[in-house]
Design a protein around this ligand. Structure first.
Ligand SMILES: Cc1cc2nc3c(=O)[nH]c(=O)nc-3n(C[C@H](O)[C@H](O)[C@H](O)COP(=O)(O)O)c2cc1C
Length: 377
């Protein structure tokens, strides 16, 4: 399915950056789930542009129009369809891109794949504007997960060379236990200091956050952009989520995460650092914790054999620098077949990472709810 994901909870995105609107259909949600729209709107605000110096100046109202699937704010079992208006568009910014593709954006591949009929305005269907309906689906899934005691959160792990503290192996990080159905046992296992990052620039270490903002501001001043990493944690999952071989939990999380534009790498637990470790350092020792099997370290990031092992899932997604920069770049003219130079105009994020945090949370939440709902059958 193109622009769709999910086995039981199926999500279909539609629309373009400059089309009249865009949206999402979520099929397979459990019925009887109350969805707090104020919290949905609050979550969507985290990815909205036009609100600070670190993001695109393009501001949109981003108010979901719910066409179906909710009755008195409660899921009714029918597909939930939400649409959003695109009101603040500027097609003229994209006119030149019809012939001259932006380096490292999807303009060239979309042009070839769709025989030149692709919508270039704002990046068309490849625009990060499509992360708005993705985040709507994420916000809905998050509320259902929370009711089951599962928490998903994320923070900016790095921008350029500046690093945040990080969740480490996730042990000792905590989650908000004020969920409707969290059992006392859940609360026990969630432990210790609650180090959750707060929007709009979520870092665990405030001074690292200030340095990151300075890096973004400085790149923007030069007409450049900068990349970074988002770290995500998923707490309180049962043991056993994930199927052997292809439908394993790492594959399915990565599958969803790579749908977020500009993601170029995903790692779990110790990730790429594992490659330079010895087994004696890396292996997570098991121990009994009052009848529950736990591990005292979590280099595996909560996943063994592609199956959740009951420890926090810790993953990181690497984002490339925003392709649209205002410095002159080399490109080609697809109409004349000549080399040329391009200076991108328009409104762009100097760093996609701050706005991508809710996108990463959403990709994770959608995947986890799909697994949990599939397991319920
Ligand atoms: C939240 C978010 C905001 C983005 N903002 C921009 C932007 O303003 N300008 C731009 O050129 N790319 C932006 N991107 C990245 C492009 O959408 C992406 O690089 C492009 O679609 C090509 O896809 P790829 O990088 O996955 O290959 C953004 C990505 C995300 C996740």
């Amino acid at each position: 399915m193109s622009s769709g994901i999910g086995n039981k909870v199926k999500i279909q995105l539609f629309g373009q950056s400059h089309s009249r609107g865009l949206g999402v259909v979520i099929d397979g949600l459990p019925a009887g789930e109350k969805i707090d729209m104020e919290r949905v709107t609050e979550f969507l605000r985290r990815r909205a542009g036009g609100r600070n110096a670190y993001s695109t100046p393009r501001a949109e109202a981003d108010v979901p129009d719910i066409l179906s699937g909710l009755v008195n704010g409660v899921t009714c079992g029918a597909p939930l369809c939400a649409v959003f208006e695109n009101a603040n568009t500027r097609g003229a910014d994209y006119e030149r891109l019809r012939a001259v593709p932006r380096p490292s954006h999807a303009d060239y591949t979309a042009h070839v794949k769709h025989s030149g009929y692709n919508d270039v305005n704002g990046g068309g269907h490849f625009s990060a504007r499509l992360t708005l309906p993705l985040c709507f689906a994420g916000a809905v899934c998050l509320q259902i997960l929370e009711r089951r005691g599962v928490k998903v959160d994320a923070h900016i792990f790095s921008v350029g060379d500046v690093k945040d503290d990080g969740y480490g192996d996730g042990i000792g990080t905590s989650i908000n236990t004020e969920t409707e159905n969290a059992s006392p046992k859940d609360a026990d296992t969630q432990t210790n200091a609650a180090r959750m990052a707060s929007p709009p620039f979520p870092t665990l270490n405030e001074s690292a956050g200030e340095k990151m903002k300075a890096v973004i501001t400085e790149a923007a001043k030069r007409g450049d952009s900068v990349g970074g990493i988002i770290e995500c944690g998923i707490w309180n999952l049962p043991v056993g989520l994930g199927e052997p071989i292809f439908d394993n939990l790492e594959s399915r999380l990565a599958y969803a995460l790579f749908a977020v534009p500009a993601v170029k790498g995903v790692e779990f637990g110790a990730g790429f650092a594992s490659a330079s470790m010895y087994g004696s350092e890396y292996n997570d020792p098991f121990y009994m914790d009052g009848g529950t099997v736990r591990t005292s370290t979590n280099n595996s990031g909560g996943i063994l054999g592609g199956i959740s092992n009951g420890m926090p899932i810790i993953l990181r997604a690497a984002f490339k620098p925003t392709p649209s920069i205002s410095l002159p770049q080399k490109s080609v003219n697809l109409q004349t077949g000549e080399d040329t130079e391009l200076t991108v105009t328009g409104r762009h994020d100097p760093c996609v990472v701050p706005r991508a945090v809710p996108c990463v949370i959403s990709a994770a939440a959608i995947t986890i709810l799909d697994f949990l709902e599939t397991a319920r059958i």
